[in-house]
Design a protein around this ligand. Sequence first.
Ligand SMILES: Cc1ncc(COP(=O)(O)O)c(C=O)c1O
Length: 485
Amino acid sequence: MSIIDAQESTLYHRLAESLAEAIHNGTFLPGSRLPAIRRCASSHQLSINTVLTAYRILEDRGLIEARPQSGYYVRGQLPSVKISGDRQAKVRSPGSEKLELIEAVFAAQNHADYTNISLACPQNSDFFPTAKISRIMASLLRREPELIGRYALPPGSQRLRREIARRSMDLGMALTAEDITLTHGCMEALQLALRAVTKPGDCVGVETPTYFYLFPLLASLGLKVLEIPTDPQHGLSLDALELLLREKRLQALIAMPNVQNPLGCSMKLEDKKRLAKLVNQHKVPLIEDGLYGELQFCWPLSPAVKAFDSEGWVLHCASFTKTVAPDFHIGWIAAGRFSEELARLKSVSSLAESRLLSETLGHFLASGGYDHHLRTLRRRYAAQLDEARGLIARHFPQGTQATQPSGGFVFWVELPTAVDTVELFQRLLQEKICLTPGALYTLSERGNSALRLSCCYPFDERYTWALKRTGALACELSGLDAGIM
Ligand SMILES: Cc1ncc(COP(=O)(O)O)c(C=O)c1O
């Protein structure tokens, strides 16, 4: 690509992103006409070709449509998911059927010949910075062959921890390498955090719906779960949380304030500040799962709650699994006032992290390659999410609602209540399509007709066929026609 082509491509992508944002925030309502191409070109001082390309990008994403002789119009959008009526917080333990369903879904997800539309794990090498990483790794091994001859004991590679600390400033956190312990993925960080701050029988608050692997994790540590109402757009209900904290019903809390899985939402800045204040005031540890924080679509990134942690009650966990590659299962935790206990638990849990992977990552982060890679991923995921939502609007039963993610690649879809999504999951398995039913993500009834979908696959014929087929079967099960009412 020449410099002029590259500038041109930045311009039309920038225009497409700002128009997409205006459509999502309601500045352009469904059915309204976008500015005529000539007018848009002159008001933005762009060429007609640049505007046309931006409009075509939005058309491919399913956000707008061309009408002959008339111009470009905003398409009907999927209705947003509303908060459910179940506001009563109940202490529960996941039953064995829930744990069995999680195992069944996990087994199906790992079949190579199944088409996945839900697994939150990038599925193709063009999502990974393979070439850059293999160069760094080969050169490291050549220059320092002794690297693989020793354990990297906790807290782990100094170089990688320094790079993580430097990057944490983008999320408003002021960490040093000494504040950070490397872990085996975010999962081990969550597990160590729970072990550091709770004892069996304690009650842990979680968002509802939440990351489904938290249920078996909490069960394995003998912990009880209390689901806290969570708004599909603005995240955890702080009024509900405050009540629970005042009544001393929680010993710890796990939340995803940035890019929640499965909703895709992020909390507002003032809510993050209030959350930090609440947990510090009540001295209840918040385990902040920041796995998707760097995949937010906004820039500058919205801060983590840890950025406002005055007394060290926030334990921030993250990993590179979703942003670099699933096999780079390196995570980290900044455990605040629990740091010493954390480092001790890490030793007895898994002793060390791979020195080769950690050092490779450290060099990759320092080279600026990671930032470039993240920018590409954000743009691609934002576009794919729009396309998937467009397909759902056309092929899923009338009345289907979906969340509008603030980053990452997963979103939550609520179908009409006539659709039992566990049945949908089982029927689709016979056609080798794998999805994750909403029942995995909550212990309440709310998930029974919901799904989590994921857009971290190439948006190819196979994926679009699987999404359309899911919609067709949901229409059959509900007796409803497809499309927006
Ligand atoms: C919200 C959330 N937290 C934690 C994890 C586990 O992360 P890792 O694969 O780095 O262990 C996942 C994996 O999907 C996740 O979605």
